[in-house]
Write a protein that binds this ligand. Sequence first.
Ligand SMILES: CN(C)C(=N)NCCC[C@H](N)C(=O)O
Length: 289
Amino acid sequence: MPVEEFVAGWISGALGLVLGHPLDTVKVRLQTQTTYRGIIDCVVKTYRQESLLGFFKGMSFPIASIAMVNSVLFGVYSHTLLALTATSHQERRAQPPSFTHVFIAGCTGGFMQVYCLAPFDLIKVRLQNQTEPRARPPGSPPPRYRGPVHCAVSIFQEEGPRGLFRGAWALTLRDTPTLGIYFVTYEWLCRQSTQDGQNPSSATVLVAGGSAGIASWAVATPLDVIKSRLQMAGRKPGAYRGVLDCVVSSARQEGLGVFFRGLTINSARAFPVNAVTFLSYEYLLRSWG
Ligand SMILES: CN(C)C(=N)NCCC[C@H](N)C(=O)O
């Protein structure tokens, strides 16, 4: 069993995650709060009220869980390709799989990682939305959650175990097709600028990985908005009844533009995060060779 692919998926994901977390915080706030006029306003207010640390809220759980999430994503992707084409990662440069196989393997990886990702993503989104500064002026109310563990325990106590999977269905709809698009874009761009049988150069991997991130996030953004709103709403009175209800009421109240909230920042974040993720993934696999 190619254990290296799981490990490479973990390390590469963690590197990308740290790099992209500040932009992710801005994106989540823009998607779920109506207090900001735009990206700059959100960045300035976050910095003024919470200092640089505000951009890194909610990062510890994703770092701890990225090992599992990314190793499931890249590992399942690679194993599905192995099952479909009977070729290992090393053999795939000489015998490239069809794009249909790459798409199916990407969708399978995307689908399987959702149930590892869902509770950690929920906690991340709830913590990212706490705008209280760390050093609070005396007498000001404390933030709802004291940290990731307190957040997980509170959700479990208030909403039961299912509460930890709030937004998981929207996450499944977001990640299953878009991870197919992610891997197809990456493979296609690598093949365009690489001679048959050769490994892609580092520059190619960076550009193909970054572009795969942008393409997949551009398609994923509408469901990303819905997912984040469902996660924030929890079981509040008047909360959405499900994915469709959230789609309809968000569109009715805020217009169709609501589905593209966070698109610019998602794309700006997606390029460096996924360029680094794919570069380190390819590099690690080649060095273990
Ligand atoms: C469109 N989607 C959901 C993705 N392309 N997901 C895979 C990339 C995950 C990477 N850690 C990131 O956050 O960009």
